[in-house]
Design a protein around this ligand. Structure first.
Ligand code: GSH
Ligand code: NAG
Ligand code: NAG
Length: 231
């Protein structure tokens, strides 16, 4: 790697917390690109000096450290990775219109799914508000069922044959969706209502690059939620 934008070394480090829907996509993207990286688990209630020093404005994870330089914000990190390690597998399509479409749906997820997730995680003790969060997630997932039909064109992922940008952004939530599924007694991505997305969920979870990154221990996620609620 050369040029003015090049990092001083190729060392990669991810600062994260294991159930974070924003950290998980970054780790899977690095796996997809075949890049090895050091993963540093943060305690969000006692942040490391490295995190505070790397992202002093937000002090949020994920942060990708590449040769000691910080890149912040999950979707920006995904684009950085895709631009720097261009080529196969690509996270974003090469066609500008298709790239715009992928960014549109990623932004939609970051708006509608994230806000419903925040309610489902943090308003758990207010049953009315919580049910409203589940309903709002359902509405967003209905919309995403149509997006999946259009984007995938009959292929397994939003990105086509392989996992892409939109898959990663939505896939980051699957650990939490599993936990909410245990609470509501059915899958949050309901196969009866959104069969394409339900089948997509199964494929995403089964991908080698997602193994060990997407949490599959529902009780561990629910225990983490209790820690968050206790603070
Ligand atoms: N927009 C950010 C959101 C990141 C975010 O909210 N991270 C949470 C963990 S899930 C965090 O670090 N929270 C710590 C804090 O707000 O103090 C992204 O996409 O990276
Ligand atoms: C906070 O983290 C530091 C190391 O980063 C550790 O030495 C200290 O014991 C931690 N404090 C608490 C209250 O967990
Ligand atoms: C990362 O965040 C810090 C502030 O927290 C900012 O100064 C820096 O420019 C950001 N860098 C990137 C590449 O996101």
């Amino acid at each position: 790697m050369a040029g003015a934008g090049a990092a001083a070394s190729d060392e990669l480090k991810v600062l994260g917390v294991w159930p974070s829907p924003f950290v998980i996509p970054v780790r899977i993207a690095l796996n997809m690109k075949g890049l090895s990286y050091e993963y540093v688990e943060e305690d969000l209630y006692n942040k490391s000096l490295l995190l505070v020093g790397s992202n002093p404005v937000h002090k949020k994870v994920p942060v990708l450290l590449h040769g000691g330089r910080a890149i912040n914000e999950s979707q920006i990190i995904l684009q950085y990775i895709d631009e720097l390690w261009a080529g196969t597998p690509a996270l974003l399509p090469s066609d500008p219109y298709e790239r715009a479409t992928a960014r549109f749906w990623a932004a939609y997820i970051d708006d509608k799914v994230r806000s419903a997730w925040v309610v489902m995680v943090f308003r758990y003790k207010n049953k009315d508000e919580w049910a409203e969060g589940v309903a709002r997630a359902g509405e967003a997932l209905d919309t995403l069922e149509g997006a999946f039909r259009d984007c995938s064109k009959g292929k397994p992922f939003f990105g086509g044959d392989g996992i892409g940008f939109v898959d990663l952004v939505l896939g980051g939530y699957l650990g939490w969706f599993g936990a909410f599924g245990k609470i509501i007694g059915r899958r949050l991505i309901d196969p009866a209502k959104t069969p394409l997305l339900a089948a997509w969920e199964d494929r995403f979870r089964a991908a080698d690059v997602a193994k060990g990154v997407v949490p599959d221990d529902v009780d561990k996620v629910l225990a983490y939620q209790q820690v968050l609620l206790a603070r």
